[in-house]
Design a protein around this ligand. Structure first.
Ligand SMILES: Nc1nc2c(ncn2[C@@H]2O[C@H](COP(=O)(O)OP(=O)(O)O)[C@@H](O)[C@H]2O)c(=O)[nH]1
Ligand SMILES: [Mg+2]
Length: 323
């Protein structure tokens, strides 16, 4: 019985099953073959309950919690309940962040999230930043040469493992990574010398805007370059609209900083406009972010009340500013 080296499914010639391949001698299932060669994708969602069973099975092994520093989940409460030990926290995709103040992010995590953290490393798989330090810390904290990479889908777990393997071993296996949710179906174990790196699928975030769109639009929605924050100094009544899915009306003098993919259309209007969607009235404290999960966040400099409109299926929440 062999496993697909892309997603970890058991290879089978049964076309109705996960892991289907025409030929059992193949290394990849048909689905991963298509993702890797043609960038095609078929959604296969596993329930989060099933994922938490994987987390339960980690037991006393080392858990490496991978978090996308640009798209931080609202909380880690359920995950924390399933963890036995403190996690090695990895803040990844640092290449997207304009600031290079790592300590600020490390402290932000300590102070704002309910997580038991053993140690933190800030990395980027895209630029290879700090991956050597990450490998050293994994070696330092593992007790049995195993490390489970856990977190939300799309956080960047498989990309880190791919880069660690590519940079620090002769193993040529590549795990399927993509900017679409739930690419990794089961756990995959990859050897890096004596170390066993175990990739897991990840928690599916129910409130992410990425659930609304397909691959084409996700390419502009998910940033692939360093974010260029856009600052709006508000002096008169203004409306700012992001694409066709988010609108904010400002009544008072304020300063709003938009942190989103540079490919998105963010426009300011000096008149009242109403996009289609749900209207909400929100109060925001000074130096807080309005976060739109999956897309980015708006930093608000002065405490204020706003009318916002979100397209159906788009959510937002408020947190202490991260920048
Ligand atoms: N800019 C940037 N993108 C990354 C980085 N790591 C992963 N990605 C992208 O994020 C998406 C999800 O990555 P993946 O490793 O499949 O996430 P997983 O679901 O946690 O395994 C892919 O499109 C990756 O190319 C990084 O360090 N920087
Ligand atoms: Mg993955």
């Amino acid at each position: 019985m062999s496993k697909c080296t892309g997603c970890g499914s058991i290879l089978t010639t049964d076309i109705t099953k996960e892991g289907y391949t025409k030929n059992l001698d193949n290394k990849l299932c048909e689905r991963c073959f298509r993702i890797q060669n043609y960038n095609e994708y078929k959604t296969v969602t596993k329930s989060n309950e099933e994922y938490f069973k994987i987390i339960d099975s980690i037991g006393n092994n080392l858990a490496v919690l991978v978090v996308d520093i640009f798209d931080i989940p609202k909380d880690f409460n359920t995950l924390q309940k399933h963890l036995k030990n403190d996690v090695l926290l990895v803040l990844t995709k640092f290449d997207l962040i304009p600031s290079n103040n790592e300590t600020k992010y490390i402290n932000y995590f300590k102070n704002n999230y309910n997580l038991n953290i053993l140690d933190t490393v800030v990395v980027s798989s895209k630029t290879n930043y700090n991956l050597d330090e990450l490998l050293n810390k994994i070696k330092k904290y593992t007790k049995d040469n195993k490390a489970y990479f856990i977190g939300y889908t799309n956080a960047g777990k498989s990309s880190i493992i791919n880069k660690l393997i590519y940079n620090y071993s002769d193993n040529t296996t590549v795990i399927t990574t993509s900017n679409l949710p739930s690419t990794t179906l089961n756990t995959i174990e990859i050897n890096l010398d004596d170390l066993k790196l175990i990739d897991t699928p990840g928690i599916v975030s129910a409130n992410s805007i990425t659930n609304l769109y397909d691959g084409k639009y996700l390419k502009s929605l998910i940033p692939n370059k360093k974010i260029k924050p856009i600052v709006y100094q508000i002096k008169t009544r203004q409306t700012i609209i992001i694409e066709d899915w988010f609108q904010i009306n400002c009544q008072n003098d304020n300063s709003l900083i938009f942190n989103f993919s540079n490919n998105l259309d963010i426009k300011r209007y000096f008149k009242e406009i109403n996009i289609d969607g749900k209207k909400k009235h929100i109060s925001v404290d000074k130096d807080n972010d309005i976060v739109i999960p999956g897309a980015g966040f708006i930093t608000i400099k002065q405490a204020d009340k706003f009318d916002i409109i979100v397209k159906d299926g788009v959510t937002c929440y408020i947190r202490k500013s991260i920048m």
